[in-house]
Design a protein around this ligand. Structure first.
Ligand SMILES: [Zn+2]
Length: 146
């Protein structure tokens, strides 16, 4: 993605400013599939500054609005971000997918087979929530913001 942003590789941009750019995915799930990326190289979510993360979301919302207004088929939108290899991140530069969706387009998230019978106990949820509360940074996604 750094190479697209630097202009070394071609990109079909729908937006760019000093912080964020948005361009069409070369391997679209559906026509109009857009990637929103920070101009500054950041590998993971935790490497983003708070203002970069909020600019990223603002541009994604505008791209979603443009897709809904466009002549492309767009009955719904998914925002999708894979943070880390275990989450399916394949390109190591933060990118937020804006996916135009329509009924039976074939895109989906695969759930574990036992998902529909899962039910966490209140005790378990309260214990996890308590632990997470103590780890919550004061602001933003950044590790440095603690
Ligand atoms: Zn990069």
């Amino acid at each position: 993605l750094c190479q697209v942003l630097a202009g070394t590789l071609p990109g079909s941009f729908i937006y760019r400013d000093e912080r964020v750019a948005a361009f069409l995915d070369i391997q679209p799930v559906n026509p109009g599939h857009t990637l929103v990326v920070p101009m500054r190289h950041a590998t993971y979510l935790a490497d983003l500054e708070v203002d970069e993360a909020s600019a990223l979301l603002q541009v994604a919302l505008r791209a979603a609005a443009a897709l809904r207004l466009s002549s492309l088929r767009c009955e719904g939108v998914n925002l999708f971000l894979a943070d880390g290899e275990a989450a399916g991140q394949e390109v190591l530069h933060v990118h937020l997918h804006v996916l135009p969706r329509f009924a039976k387009d074939g895109f989906g998230l695969k759930l574990p087979p036992e998902y529909h019978t899962r039910h966490a106990s209140r005790e378990e949820l309260d214990r996890q929530a308590g632990a997470l509360r103590t780890l919550l940074p004061t602001a933003g996604p950044s590790r440095r913001a603690v």
